[in-house]
Design a protein around this ligand. Sequence first.
Ligand SMILES: [Zn+2]
Length: 145
Amino acid sequence: MGGNCARCGAPVKRPDRFLTCTIRCSLSQAEDRVGDGTYLERGHSYWPPEYVWEIAWRPAPGGVPGTGPKFHPVRISFVPGLNAVDADRAVEGLGEREALTTEQAVVAIDHLTHTLSGDPDSVHQRLTAVRRPSTSHPPTPGRPR
Ligand SMILES: [Zn+2]
């Protein structure tokens, strides 16, 4: 029990799952993580459910103490080495390239990360390649190899 706020370092009297001391700290932490791509606000319906997380999103209505914040589901990355925004782009890129539904692309990438588990660099490389299939080459007609 106890410990210090992940946000401001103040002692935590009643630890919540965000490891912050106050709702205010939970909110600003969530805001930052949405800002840097750690969390992604939309699209959680097709994301692997174990990688959907609820963040503190709005203060309690009327600022009534003790009622707790409103929560909002966000996506977090299920791909080692990628944040949520990059993981989403990887899913989209693979879906477009392989004509998969988003759900199928999620499954494919999830499988890839498990196949290559223990080697986040190669996962990262594969998915970066997926994301940018032809940045160094002009587009060529026909199916890319
Ligand atoms: Zn704090």
